[in-house]
Design a protein around this ligand. Structure first.
Ligand SMILES: [Zn+2]
Length: 308
């Protein structure tokens, strides 16, 4: 009768030590214990992504680069992991892209030592609807007068000055929620046609609401803009930190002013049809470090709360 080698306790210990030694010599020590997850697991162009990182040792800070953007991670004591909310621009081609991480250690022989890790993630192409919508807008929006051109230029300058701002610290906490409890009249990424001319993709989400409907902040943050612009009408922009902004257009009334702190669900204004709008509706947008993301995909992410 033959006794399997693994039945002999001494040999089992030797074998497992051997396996352990081989495993650790093949993988770099720093790479062995990093856990890096992404939500959603299937990433698409135009979609947001939450990265969750568990490093092998305690860190005092964690940063990263992703698709040419700098990420600042925030620590969540409850799950002993680091989080950063990021995104994939609509223009990003399908493929495999690296998330490069660099942390500073708190313990060990030399505190403050840099430790790094990299992991690749696959990005696939999202299917966004191509619906040609015949919209009739007032003539002033297709052929602006010199005075209107001046107003348009002023609006473009305001957006250039404010919409690419990145506040590294996160102010958002928990899930992003819809700004109104209403039907969707146009989704993100759809192609529209204005007076026979195909415009760029729709970079926001439209809610079918009558004028005067309360508009809720999608998450906690600071009011970056609350002013009228030519195309946007009465325009509110909230800064949620980590490079995330939410935009609310065509409002009939402001309920906040620039610099105010707001909580998720707080009324920031009333819906309307100001600016370039065919009628009363609520257009909202999500901007991350200079690129627009799909608000509906952001609402479906389960995000950690701050301070737990
Ligand atoms: Zn819209």
């Amino acid at each position: 009768m033959r006794i399997p080698l693994t039945r002999i306790p001494f040999l089992r210990i030797v074998l497992s030590l051997l396996v352990w030694t081989i495993f650790n010599s093949v993988l770099p020590a720093s790479a062995a214990n990093w856990t890096v997850r992404a939500q959603p697991s299937r990433m698409v162009n135009g979609g947001p992504v939450l990265f969750q990182v568990k490093p092998p040792s305690r860190l005092q800070s964690l940063g990263g680069t992703w698709l040419g953007h700098d990420l600042v991670f925030s620590y969540d004591a409850a799950s002993k992991s680091w989080f950063a909310l990021a995104g994939v621009s609509l223009e990003t081609a399908p493929g495999s892209y690296a998330l490069a991480l660099t942390g500073e250690t708190t313990s060990g022989k030399v505190p403050g030592t840099k430790t790094s890790f990299s992991r690749n993630f696959a990005i696939s192409r999202a299917k966004y609807p191509k619906i040609a919508v015949k919209l009739s807008v007032e003539g002033k929006f297709t052929e602006p007068s010199p005075e209107q051109q001046q107003q348009i230029a002023e609006g473009q300058q305001v957006k250039k000055d404010y919409l690419n701002r990145v506040t590294p610290e996160r102010e958002w906490s928990g899930d992003f929620t819809a700004p109104a409890d209403a039907g969707i009249s146009d989704v993100f990424g759809s192609q529209r046609v204005f007076n026979g001319k195909t415009s760029s993709p729709h970079l926001g989400l439209d809610f079918r609401v009558p004028s005067g409907t309360p508009v809720a902040a999608m998450n906690g943050g600071t009011v970056l803009l609350a002013r009228p612009l030519y195309f946007e009408g009465n325009f509110v922009v909230l800064d949620h930190g980590q490079g995330f902004l939410t935009l609310y257009l065509h409002l009939s009334e402001f309920k906040v002013k620039e610099g105010d702190q707001v909580k998720r669900g707080q009324t920031i204004g009333l819906s309307g049809g100001t600016g370039r709008a065919t009628g009363p509706h609520l257009h909202v947008a999500v901007r991350w470090q200079g690129t627009y993301l799909d608000p509906a995909r952001l609402f479906s992410l389960q995000l950690p709360s701050r301070g737990n």
